[in-house]
Design a protein around this ligand. Sequence first.
Ligand code: GLN
Length: 489
Amino acid sequence: MHTKSLSELAADLKSGAYSSVELTQHFLDRINHYDAALNSFITVMDEQALQMANAADEQIAAGNAGALTGIPLAHKDIFCTDGVRTSAGSKMLDNFIAPYNATVVEKLNVAGMPILGKTNMDEFAMGSSNESSFYGVVKNPWDLERVPGGSSGGSATAIAARLAPVATGTDTGGSIRQPASLTGITGIKPTYGRVSRFGMIAYASSLDQGGVFGTSAEDCALMLGTISGFDEKDSTSSEQAVPDFSATLNDSLQGLKIGLPKEYFGEGLDAGVAKAVETAIEEYKKLGAEIIEISLPNTQLAIPAYYVIAPAECSSNLSRLDGVRYGYRCKNPKDLTDHYMRSRGEAFGTEVKRRIMVGTYALSAGYYDAYYLKAQKIRRLVSDDFKKAFDKVDVIMGPVAPKTALKIGEQSDPISMYLSDIYTIAVNLAGLPGMSLPVGTANNLPVGLQIIGNYFAEAKMLNIAHQYQQVSDHHQQVPTAFDAAKGGE
Ligand code: GLN
C-alpha cells in the first residue's frame, strides 16, 4: 500500500480493497516500526488518525468520497492543528496546543485525509539540515549518518521512507525543495500567495509559503489543488483562480523553452550533482524542449539580502514569544525583565537567537538604511533578473543544492550553511514557484532537479515534472532499509 500513488489508493479505497482505517493503520505501523531510527515525527496522532479514517470510511460507504478521502498524510509541525501540540521544532512551543487549524490543515481535513502526525523540522524553520530541532536531528533514509536537508526534513524523510504517502511543508528560502532533493522525492513551493499562511507559524512572512511533498508530481498536483486559493484570513493570499493541476499533466513539452542560468552551474557545484542535472536536461531535449542559456546576474547577492530580510522579519515575528501569552515560561523570575530574558533565553536555540540578534540589529534606527533598505533594493534586482529571463523562456532549470546530503555535524559554521541556499533563495525573494524532482544520484545519494516557473505557473511546472516521471523511475526508488521488496521489512 505504501508505494501506491494517491489515485491508486483512492481507487482501492473506493473498490473496498481495504478501508481507510486499514490503510491508516498500515502507515502508523510503519511509523512505529521505522521512525525510531529516522526521528521524522515529533508527534504521532494514532488515535485521531484512526478516528478520522473511520469518518472517511463512512463517507466512502455513503458514496461521498472525493479524490483524497481516506488517504492519510503528515503535516509539518509548523501548521497549527486544533487540539494538538504545534511546536515549530522549538522548546518554546513544546507545550503549545493549537486552538485552531491552519487553513491548509482545515482544507485537507475537509478533503477527508486522516492526519498521521506532525513532522520534525528545524527550529522555527531556520536551517538547511534539520539539525536545529529541539526534538533532535532527523536522519536521511538513504544514509542514516546524513542529514535529510531542512527545514522541512521530517516531512521529506517521512515520504522518502514511505511512512506517509504525502505531507505538507513550508519554504522560506528552500525548505521544501532542498529536503525533497536530498531525500529523492518530489516537492513544490507554489507562488507566494497561492496557499494561505493562516495558522502557519510565521518565520519570515514576506517569504514563507506552504506547499507539499509526495513521491510524484501527479500526487503533488492533487494535493496542491486542494490547499490553494484565496483565504480571507490571509490578506496576502492571492485571488488568482486555481486551475485543475491534474488536468494538464499530460500536455506535450514540444517547443518548451527551458532557461539554464549560467550562474547555477559555476563554481561550488558538485560534479556529480551537475552531471545528474545535465543528464535530466538531455532527457527534456528528447521530450521536445529547447535549451536556452540565460543569466541571473544578481544570484550572488541573493544570500546576503535574504540573510538580512529573513532575520529582520523573524525578529519581529518571534517577539510575540515572550513567556507571557503562551509557550515556555521560565521558573521564578525576579522581575519582568528577568522573565522576558530567561523565558526567551532558555527556550530558543542558538540559530534562532543568532537570527533574532541579526534581525534586530538590521532594523535598528541607526542601521535600517544600511542593511534592511539595501537588502530590499537587492530583492528588487533579483526579481527583475527573473522577469527578464521569463521574457525569453517558459521555465528555468538547475540544481536545487550544490551538494548531496552532508554527514550529520559536517556543516558546523552558519555561513557555509547559508551558502548552501544559493540556488533556492532567490526564488523566495521574487515570490516565484519552485519545485524539485528526483533525477538520479551522485555519491550514491539522491539529486533533485529544480524547476522554477513564472508567477502562478504551477500547472506547467507539474506538467513538466510529470512528463519526466513518465520516462524515468527515480521517483519510485525506495531506500533499501525501508523497502520490503529489498528485504528491508
Ligand atoms: N535555509 C534557509 C534558512 O535557514 C531556508 C529555510 C526555509 O526555507 N524555511 O532560512
